[in-house]
Design a protein around this ligand. Sequence first.
Ligand code: GLU
Length: 467
Amino acid sequence: MDPVTKALDELHRRISGLKGGEVASYIPKLAQADPEDFGIAITSMGGRRYQAGKADTEFTIQSVSKPFVYALALTDLGPDEMLRRVGAEPSGEAFNAISLEPGTGRPANPMVNAGAIATTALVSAADPEARSARILDCLSAFAGRRLGYDEEVYASEVATGDRNRALAYLMRAAGSLSEDPYAVTATYFRQCSVLVTAADLAVMAATLGNGGRNPVTGERVVERSVAVRTLAVMATCGMYDGAGEWLLSVGLPAKSGVSGGLIAVGPGRFGVAVYSPPLDAAGNSVRGVAALTAMSERLALHLMHVPVHLTATVTDTGHGARSSRARSPEESALLNASSRRIVVVGAQGELEFTETEQLLGAVEGAVPEPPGWLVLDLMAVTGIRPGSAAMLAAGLADVARRGHRIVVAAQEPFLAGVGGYSGWRAFAGRDDAVAWCEDQLLAGELPVGPPAAEGGSGPSAGAGCGP
Ligand code: GLU
């Protein structure tokens, strides 16, 4: 058994015994759920899927549909119009509260019922059937398989959903809902009655965590900016009136539903889902909350957790590096005598702000005096954010202005990423980079003071990174 499944199994075993909570009964059909059903599933950013317990048991998605339908409406309307129609403030109230802005009737956020019903109404469609079809298509794309409905739960909710209809009529009266309240709540009940499993929900959550691209099917379901906004709303409003406490203890964007489903997202890491029907007083799955709390603690998943840098960014700094080129005894003597003029700084991993700032600090500490050649060995750098690339380029430009020649050894994708900023000589390996500096030194091309432009290859030329 693989280690992730083993850990999930162990967590499942430990939390299975947890009693307490009530199965939701306000929709009569939901009251028939088995309180012992309990499944956990995880989908990684690589699209690998892990599960324990009853992760293939189907149940109705209920409110866990809300973030996905929000993502769909957001795609249709764009961020400004979406915010104008539905707010993004945590209401701190129960899922079916009348949380409407005084005056405008704008619902507080899309994760409580009023906002969710308004959001459903904003999904562009010619008629209610077409709207339901688009919603089902969207949920299916997030899940990576064709989903269907539980007709009995749908009928049960239609028969008893007066409070939701009342919310819709209130919004209509306040001017914040333009669709027919009866029809729109029916569409909302349809959306709530979509059948999913915990395994499906984990893929759906992972798609949000993967910037909107389903990591299992590879399909781009929503734009990255839409996924980011959806996760932000989940983080502040996803757990009903327990949202604040959830952010304190678990610290992940999440959404729960009255049927006992719960999803949480580790952005860029994984999607996780739990199914267990008994709910706590805030309407969140008791075992779901316990499982996610334990997982977050054990794996340090809390978003505010300061990441531990397991590997150093700067791997080596120093002078006296020599290339593998054959040199005559005289050349060797000259290179040895000037060994302080060629300095190498090596780095590895992903360069974000923290790492780039470290690297530039190491460069400052290493540059030779009088000016010489700075070889930056970035062969083991796996990526750089655009903001960090600009920061690195500005730092190196400053070093170059002081008369140093900058020589970079890096992989092609890295060079392409920072190409727009380059003012340095680039090579495909450290040895070639050092050899070029040696050749320059042997040819007497010593960097003294701020250099003149060198026809595209020197540190001040700023014209591409080609050798
Ligand atoms: N269909 C449910 C309702 O609106 C969904 C509620 C929920 O899961 O929070 O009443």
